[in-house]
Design a protein around this ligand. Sequence first.
Ligand SMILES: [Fe+2]
Length: 165
Amino acid sequence: MGDGSDDDPFYTLLGDHADFVDKLTELEATLDEMIATREAREANRIILDESIRFFEDELLPVLAAEDETILPPLEAAIGRYGTLVNVVAYEHDEIRRGVEKFKAARRDLEAHPSWAAIQETNRHGIFLVQFLWDHFRKERTSLFPTARERLPETELESIRTRFAH
Ligand SMILES: [Fe+2]
């Protein structure tokens, strides 16, 4: 097999990341609006809940699939410590913690709506938006190119199959 973009093992995953960035942009806009209006209107709350659904149903399973399918063979090829493998594994854990904090802030906002609760929801939400944006960029520009170069074709085929949809 060649390495043209049409059979790039990361083609589908890169498309998913691009869709995720669109979701994050929508979340960022609603957080900005809440900060500007100092209110969590129904339309804002719907987007916060949709973001949580997106994190749980779409984002976290993709992180788990990356952990299972990409990182172990890459660790075998380039090692873990002092490499991108460790950086990406650490960032996945940081994202999981961030999602939990965002969910907790959202619950507090529902239970006790206040300016402080809006600010706390914004703080955790903006952290996720910025951290994920940087994380996807790092994978696109460093992790995936290294994997394309260093992984055997059998592993690349597993990645292609795992992320196909
Ligand atoms: Fe990732």
